[in-house]
Ligand binder design. Structure first.
Ligand code: C2E
Ligand code: MG
Ligand code: MG
Length: 559
């Protein structure tokens, strides 16, 4: 053997083997060249390679390959040397070396054995690398690709120049929690796998599905297939049985879709579909939204507001304005509404620009408490300055309804500034949700118990106004400005007047005070007085004013 090992060709063989790299096909090409160099010296006539592996998470396509790596002009199909290899995922590989002449001599046998060991090391390395590459791009719990796989695939379509033939989508499977409720988490995982496979089976060609984790998926689908695909993911049925019970589940999905024109890198795809998904989740009625440049601008604006919100709170950029309310019978100031403004670099941003954003995010609750605190501080200040006390109303978002300690927290703020509870009013808007509605009723009575007034804001624009009036013990009803008859003549004016008068009558009969919001003209005011409305608020009296200005003017209000 030592004689053969000193052979130059053998050292070239080892040199070549060290350099073997690339895909399995490339690697075998290089091995073939290496074997060719030494085949003559070692009596090698033919080399066959076999690879076999079950489909598994590690090798989703399994392996079933058989190829001839090297073949001389003539060989002897007997007396082979066989090397068996077990791959890291439990698969099997085999190299078979056939002699060129009859049989390997003892010495040739040893060399062939040595060569085949080298080959098997390389083979394992290549298989292992394939497995690792696959692990990097596979979501191991579902067996379908993960985000890295998706990005690679998009990169490949960009490189081919075919991406614009597709649309991308980001979707979240709704009601999956129900599966975990019905079965255990372990079974939930199996259903999730079935779901992923089922959705994957809807795709063909270079369409692609990936799981981002949880119930979130992304997909690339041919344009003409998008409508059908979305329909299917919005009504995907699966039947599952764990041996004792059988259930049929129908899953729907929230979907953000984007066209893929003018995309230069995979990150842009994720950006577009995430934006569309965000809109689908928060604003769409049918659970689907399509990316547009306008949506992008809106979402970026929303992100910017949220990104600056906490710093703005710390820097006291939120400022409270006060809009007077006048008692029409006594013809004097009886209260004011606190309305927040965001003063950013000297510019006053109106609430409609940021309140809806903070409402969606939930940060509004923090702001409402802050405004109430500013209100209490102002009341304390005015009290010390000798002003006659008036009731100040603070707007509280519906997002507070999930807070079981809301009343305690409100009371704690009021008490911190030693403000008498009767001078605080909490304005709440109507609720569209029946559960909220019950909570609202309880909240109002809890506030009342604490001596704090509660008013229903924008009355008439919400959902279940009349029921709410009957069941909820509000102290004050603020009739929305859209119900106030206009001062000029128009076709519906008579009807508007009648309706307004009836609302005022009904509210008063139920024992509540009425406030008319948004009064802009003398004629409107006269009409309100005529129908018996108690309190008015609007530009006719004054606009919302900064605290100091309001304090300076408050002794001069009257009709
Ligand atoms: P809102 O509570 O119904 O407040 C009345 C809105 O009508 C205010 O708008 C006020 O400036 C405006 N307004 C008053 N008089 C007139 C009038 O004569 N004509 C017209 N056209 N408008 C009048 P603003 O200040 O822009 O506030 C808009 C909304 O933002 C408020 O409606 C309220 O829903 C919300 N908001 C304001 N501050 C807060 C707050 O601190 N917390 C919460 N949750 N919401 C707030
Ligand atoms: Mg209000
Ligand atoms: Mg209002």
């Amino acid at each position: 053997m030592s004689g053969i090992f000193t052979n130059d060709n053998l050292s070239i063989f080892f040199q070549r083997m060290l350099e073997v790299d690339g895909s399995i096909d490339e690697a075998f090409g290089q091995v073939r060249l290496a074997v060719e160099d030494i085949a003559m010296d070692c009596n090698i006539g033919r080399v066959e390679a076999y690879m076999q592996a079950e489909e598994s998470m590690l090798r989703p396509h399994g392996a079933n390959d058989c190829r001839v790596i090297y073949e001389a002009n003539q060989y002897f199909l007997k007396n082979p040397y066989i090397e068996n290899i077990i791959s890291p995922d439990g698969g099997h590989s085999k190299f078979i070396f056939y002699p060129k002449r009859h049989v390997f001599t003892e010495c040739e046998y040893q060399v062939v054995e040595y060569i085949s060991k080298q080959m098997s090391i390389i083979m394992s390395r290549i298989v292992m690398r394939g497995i690792l590459n696959n692990v990097l791009v596979t979501d191991l719990s579902s067996g379908i690709p993960n985000l890295a796989g998706f990005m690679n695939h998009v990169g490949m379509l960009i490189a081919k120049g075919t991406l614009s033939k597709y649309e991308a989508m980001y979707f979240n499977v709704k009601n999956f929690k129900y599966v975990n409720k019905e079965f255990s988490y372990m079974h939930g995982d199996i259903v999730m796998k079935q779901y992923a496979r089922k959705i994957q089976s809807l795709l063909s060609g270079e369409e692609y599905l990936a799981r981002l984790g949880g119930d979130n998926y992304v997909a690339i689908v041919q344009k003409e297939h998008v409508q059908d695909f979305v329909k299917r993911i919005q009504t995907c049925s699966l039947t599952y049985t764990d041996g004792t019970k059988r259930r049929e589940f129908t899953f729907s999905a929230t979907v953000g879709i984007a066209e893929l024109e003018d995309i230069h890198e995979p990150g842009q795809v994720m950006q577009r579909i995430s934006v569309a998904f965000q809109v689908a989740k928060t604003q769409s009625h049918n659970g689907t939204a399509v990316f547009t440049k306008e949506i992008y601008k809106e979402v970026m604006n929303e992100k910017e507001i949220l990104a600056h919100f906490h710093a703005a709170m710390r820097n006291h950029e939120f400022v409270v304005y006060y809009q007077p309310k006048v008692d029409v019978k006594k013809d004097k100031l009886c209260g004011a509404e606190a309305l927040v403004r965001w003063v950013q670099n000297g510019k006053v941003i109106p609430p409609m620009k940021f309140i809806p954003v903070l409402e969606r995010d939930g940060s509004i609750c923090q702001l409402d408490f802050y405004v109430l605190e500013m209100v209490c501080q102002a009341i304390q200040k005015w009290d010390k300055a000798g002003f006659e006390p008036i009731r100040i109303s603070s707007n509280f978002s519906r997002r507070h309804l999930g807070n079981p300690h809301l009343v305690e927290e409100i009371v704690a703020i009021i008490d911190k500034y030693h403000v008498s509870h009767e001078y605080i009013e909490i304005e709440l808007t109507e609720s569209e949700n029946f559960n909220d509605y019950k909570v609202l009723t309880k909240l109002v009575s809890d506030l009342k118990e604490q001596g704090i007034s509660a008013s229903i804001d924008d009355f008439g624009t919400g959902y279940s106004s009349l029921n709410m009036l009957k069941d909820t013990n509000f102290d004050i009803v603020k009739i929305d400005k859209s119900f106030i008859p206009m001062e000029y003549d128009y076709a519906q004016k008579q009807k508007d007047k009648m309706m307004f008068a009836e609302i005022v009558k009904m509210v008063k009969n139920l024992g509540m005070e009425t406030i008319a919001e948004g009064i802009e003209s003398k004629e409107q005011l006269d009409y309100l007085v005529e129908v018996g409305c108690d309190i008015v608020q609007g530009y006719l009296i004054d606009k919302p004013l900064p605290e100091k200005e309001f304090a300076a003017r408050r002794n001069h209000y009257g009709r």
